[in-house]
Design a protein around this ligand. Structure first.
Ligand code: ZN
Length: 259
């Protein structure tokens, strides 16, 4: 059996050659196709599974299905909202335009409640707090933050003691009583301001009075009687006297008449 040996050797060589050839072809195939080629069906399957697992919502009487039970189209339904995966959605239903539509889910907005109660308009006829009170007359007493001011009388004179009024003018004197019902004493000049005006609105110059002037400090529960004087046109028969509380800026106006 000497012939067997070389025969066996040829067979072995042939098998080896075929094996090498097969390996070569395989290597060639892999290098041509590349190892980066992925089976495309796997990702499609994953997406399809996710879509199948998404839960949709519908009501028995509707024609659409929704992606959320909070869809505004479902807001006022009195029907039971049913849910399930896409295959469970009743046949013939189309996707809701509101919550599915072109794929953009709108933010669920709660419609504002319409209030049917009509509010009463704010009364605009509430009077303004008027800091100016007019039309007081001789004999009236005003209360300026617990300081009582009474205008007793008015008189006119051509001279102020030794000073004679310049031509076209006379002096007007107003007799006033001030009672201090405040808790502290106050000084007249820094507490009240006096302004006299003619009917055309012109201010009259105040004059200094040498004796009997309404000036000085008034103690608590104290009282001061005195005069204030102004230079007024000789033709003037009526003027206004504005008494201003310098702290509150409240003004009280007295209408005064004289000859
Ligand atoms: Zn919807």
């Amino acid at each position: 059996m000497k012939e067997d040996k070389p025969e066996k050797g040829i067979r072995f060589k042939l098998i080896l050659l075929i094996t090498i050839a097969v390996i070569f072809v395989n290597v060639m195939f892999i290098s041509v196709n590349g190892t980066t080629t992925q089976n495309p069906t796997s990702s499609v399957k994953t997406t399809a599974n996710a879509a199948k697992e998404q839960i949709f919502y519908w009501i028995d009487t509707g024609e659409v299905y929704h992606s959320t039970p909070n869809c505004s189209a479902l807001e006022r339904t009195t029907h039971t909202i049913r849910s399930g995966i896409l295959s469970q959605v009743p046949a013939g239903r189309r996707p809701c335009k509101v919550c599915i539509g072109d794929g953009v889910k709108p933010a669920t907005t709660t419609a504002p409640k319409v209030t049917t109660t009509t509010q009463k308009p704010v009364n605009t006829t509430v009077p303004k707090v008027n800091t100016t009170i007019a039309n007081y007359k001789i004999g009236n007493e005003i209360n300026q933050n617990n300081a009582l001011i009474k205008v007793n009388s008015v008189r006119t004179a051509a001279n102020n003691g030794k000073v004679i009024a310049e031509k076209g003018f006379k002096f007007a004197y107003i007799n006033i009583t001030v009672t201090n019902n405040r808790s502290k004493a106050f000084v007249m000049s820094s507490t009240f301001g006096f302004t006299m005006k003619t009917p055309d609105g012109k201010k009259c110059d105040q004059i200094s009075i040498t004796s009997g002037a309404l000036s000085g400090t008034i103690a608590t529960k104290g009282k001061l009687v005195g005069e204030i004087g102004f230079k007024v046109p000789t033709t003037a028969t009526k003027v206004t006297l504005e008494i201003t509380d310098l702290a509150s800026k409240k003004i009280s106006i007295f209408d005064l008449q004289f000859k």
